[in-house]
Design a protein around this ligand. Structure first.
Ligand code: NAD
Length: 333
């Protein structure tokens, strides 16, 4: 199989590429070719791919998913697309939503159009988010739950989900969608809550907590997410959406407590800041469909995964120090 990974130099994408290429570490044989298409925005970094850059099966294309000519040429050379390229930070979308509408909605449509037009059959796996369901006061959303996004980020992702499903219904394209909860792990850009908190504490700075810190998020180790992506790529059904959860719901306050403990800090290092506008109180996905159909279950416990993540940031200062600077902004993804 020849796989095109958009956004493969970002956090989740780089983990996925390494997992696709790693010998023995996977439950199934890897692809023959993996092509990364990445525009290398502030969030993308070729170095995230690590030693995978030396793998002869990997090709790196520095390009934009909005570039129809580039995308069309690449589509003709691949059997599957895992589409992760996106503007991904909610706070940035509140500051300015334009790049989110462009990359997340129009960029996805550009890829879908190329996938429909290419003569070779293409499986299109679109990576979405639990945020498209909006705030969930109680219980957990199944895939059939109506979409009610609150931020420009989640609205642009919901738009891309609907476009992907429309290309399946109208054109018969083999589209599959995953909607996952909050990922954490190594190589995450230090604007998102876990690496933001960790890198602040490692620099002796306070961590900013939105509002009362009562917002609830489910935590998914990035390696569990990548395994779920592979399961859907290999065994998922066309036209279907699969929620992916980590099985660890925490309030942001509880998350802060765990990170503080891991970093040897305490509540004196927490700075309460004004809440994010339109802040969703709780996300929760029902992931029984991917469990029952494809045998997915998270393998990482949050405590073990967080300890390893903090350790990675502690020992990889050269990776994140050039990326931080100025006053840290609050975040919860
Ligand atoms: P990220 O911000 O770390 O990486 C995004 C990557 O996309 C970067 O490498 C960037 O250079 C690239 N990119 C951005 N615009 C591009 C464009 N126009 N053309 C080509 N490449 C472009 O994001 P992430 O956290 O790895 O998230 C990956 C995907 O997973 C996104 O679609 C996101 O919505 C989704 N997701 C992430 C999380 C999470 O917790 N991180 C949760 C749910 C869903």
């Amino acid at each position: 199989m020849r796989v095109l990974v958009t956004g493969g130099a970002g956090f989740i994408g780089s983990h996925l590429v390494r997992s696709l290429l790693s010998p023995g570490g996977n439950d199934s044989p890897g692809p023959d070719v993996v092509t990364v298409l990445d525009a290398l925005t502030y969030a993308g970094n070729r170095a995230n791919l690590g030693s995978a850059v030396h793998d002869p099966r990997l090709r790196f294309v520095h390009g934009d998913i909005l570039d129809a000519e580039c995308v069309t040429a690449l589509m003709a050379e691949h059997d599957a697309v895992v589409h992760l390229a996106a503007e991904s930070h909610v706070d940035r979308s509140i500051g300015s939503g334009r790049a989110f509408a462009a990359t997340n909605a129009l960029g996805t449509q550009t890829l879908l159009e190329a996938a429909v037009r290419t003569p070779n059959p293409v499986t299109f796996l679109h990576i979405s988010t639990d945020e498209v369901y909006g705030s969930v006061p109680a219980g957990s959303c199944p895939e059939s739950h109506p979409l009610a996004p609150a931020s420009p980020y989640s609205a642009s992702k919901a738009g891309s989900d609907l476009l992907a499903l429309a290309y399946h219904r109208t054109h018969g394209l083999d589209v599959r969608i995953t909607r996952c909860s909050n990922n954490y792990g190594s190589y995450q850009f230090p604007e998102k809550i876990v690496p933001l908190f960790v890198t602040n504490l490692l620099r002796g700075r306070p961590v900013p907590l939105y509002g009362d810190g009562g917002q609830v998020r489910d935590w998914l180790h990035v390696d569990d997410h990548c395994r779920a992506i592979r399961l859907v790529l290999e065994g998922g059904r066309p036209g279907e959406v699969y929620n992916v959860g980590g099985g660890q719901e925490l309030t942001n306050r509880q998350l802060a407590e765990r990170v503080l403990a891991e970093c040897g800090a305490d509540w004196d290092d927490v700075e309460y800041v004004a809440d994010r506008p339109g802040h969703d109180a709780r996300y929760s996905v029902d992931w029984s469909k991917i469990r029952d159909e494809l045998g997915y279950a998270p393998r990482h416990s949050f405590d073990e995964g967080l300890a390893a993540t903090v350790d990675w940031y502690r020992t990889h200062r050269a990776w994140w120090e050039p990326l931080v600077g100025g006053r840290p902004a609050p975040a919860d993804r």
